[in-house]
Design a protein around this ligand. Structure first.
Ligand SMILES: Cc1ncc(COP(=O)(O)O)c(C=O)c1O
Length: 317
């Protein structure tokens, strides 16, 4: 793909040229307060000439749950949105790793922050987004002085756009203080997650991760890694509240998520994690996750939706 942006996006029921999807500048600010979104990745497999969307259905089920929770009406059925995404990635001819962002925003009820209407618009756009898996990327983290939003404030378990101000404040504080990223504690003082990723740690060969009532997003990557650790690698996984000081004595710590993929954390508050390099369980999971995402490892085929680019190429020959 040579253009600065993809050829098409999908907006309110139809795929259209990127340039044609415009709204007036005075809409700025209003729409996103009431918005929810999804972050999905497709991974390119050069040998097969195919791109695979990872856990597309699960992401779109969560999209519906997010809409429901913030009282947005979903006028386009999930099946239609799934088909729209597959076609969009195919027609944009993304022969590369891609980020796919479906977004639902409040489009009725006038320009009032407190106004209420369940009318929603849906936008889906795609952009190239190379994976950093197996590149050796690591991060140094601090525990943030900001507390993770709790379920009594805003719903952390869904992808509510406004939630991201909380993570953004933590990320900005971390950067200002010379760290790569932040880890937020929840209102109970237990470890929650990062600004845009869930967290896992390893202690004595066991994988430990905050449970889904710890003020975390119900992460699809977290769920996949738990399954792969248990079923494919035979590693014990424990979901439970996690103390801050466990981060300081853990053997391994890493972030996981669609954007974060697997990102090893090599220090927390300048305490080295393990020997200060990614540990063996992190590296095994990273290799397996990479191979499953791209369809190099045939396991978990139900998680991969082929876009149909191999078919397009075969037809063109
Ligand atoms: C706050 C937050 N936590 C966790 C995650 C990981 O969720 P998922 O694996 O579903 O992408 C994300 C998104 O990537 C996120 O924004």
């Amino acid at each position: 793909m040579t253009e600065a942006h993809p050829k098409y996006l999908w907006w309110n029921g139809r795929q259209m040229p990127w340039e044609d999807a415009t709204i007036h500048v005075t809409e700025l600010g209003w729409s996103t307060v009431g918005a929810i979104f999804e972050g999905i990745r497709a991974y390119w497999n050069p040998e097969q000439g195919e791109a695979y969307i990872f856990r597309l259905r699960e992401h779109m089920v969560r999209f519906s749950q997010s809409m429901k929770l913030v009282r947005l009406r979903q006028d386009y059925p999930t099946e239609q949105l799934i088909e729209a995404i597959i076609q969009l990635v195919r027609d944009n001819n993304h022969r590369e790793d891609v980020y796919i962002r479906p977004l639902a925003y409040r489009s009725g009820g006038g320009k009032s922050l407190s106004g209420f209407s369940d009318e929603a618009s849906i936008l889906i756009n795609t952009r190239p987004n190379p994976s950093h898996l197996l590149t050796g990327m690591v991060q140094h983290a601090c525990v943030s002085s900001w507390t993770r939003i709790s379920d009594t404030v805003m719903p952390p378990r869904v992808k509510n756009m406004s939630n991201y101000r909380n993570g953004q404040l933590a990320a900005m504080e971390a950067a200002t203080n010379g760290y790569d990223t932040a880890i937020l504690l929840n209102a109970q003082g237990k470890v929650a997650e990062g600004p845009g990723a869930c967290l896992m740690l390893v202690r004595n060969g066991r994988l430990i991760t905050p449970d889904v009532t710890s003020s975390i997003l119900e992460s699809i990557t977290r769920d996949a890694l738990i399954t792969m650790a248990r079923e494919d690698l035979g590693i014990e996984v424990i979901e439970r509240p996690v103390d801050r000081t466990e981060l300081y004595i853990a053997d391994e710590v890493f972030f996981c998520g669609t954007a974060a993929e697997i990102t090893p954390i090599v220090s927390v508050d300048r305490y080295p994690v393990g020997d200060g390099t990614p540990g063996p369980i992190t590296r095994r999971l990273e290799q397996l996750y990479h191979d499953v995402l791209r369809g190099i490892d045939p396991r978990h085929a139900e998680w991969r939706t082929p876009v149909g680019l191999a078919q397009v190429a075969a037809t063109a020959d």
